[in-house]
Design a protein around this ligand. Structure first.
Ligand SMILES: [Zn+2]
Length: 64
């Protein structure tokens, strides 16, 4: 039985098993990645508008 690498709950759906995280933790990981990029990635110009920053971060972490 596969377990989530973050919270150690049992994974049921094939997608979660594939990535190693449950749906809730996947979302949390993405939010964390997003915030890290937003704060620390020098490629994101702090003078950009929030919408532009959002677009850049999404490109970097592969969100739509
Ligand atoms: Zn989890």
């Amino acid at each position: 039985m596969k377990r989530c690498r973050r919270c150690h709950r049992t994974l049921k759906d094939p997608e979660s098993i594939e990535v190693g995280y449950g749906p809730v933790c996947r979302k949390k990981q993405r939010i964390r990645a997003y915030q890290l990029e937003l704060r620390f990635n020098p490629a994101i110009d702090p003078n950009l508008s929030n919408i532009e920053k959002h677009k850049r971060v999404c490109e970097i972490i592969g969100l739509r």
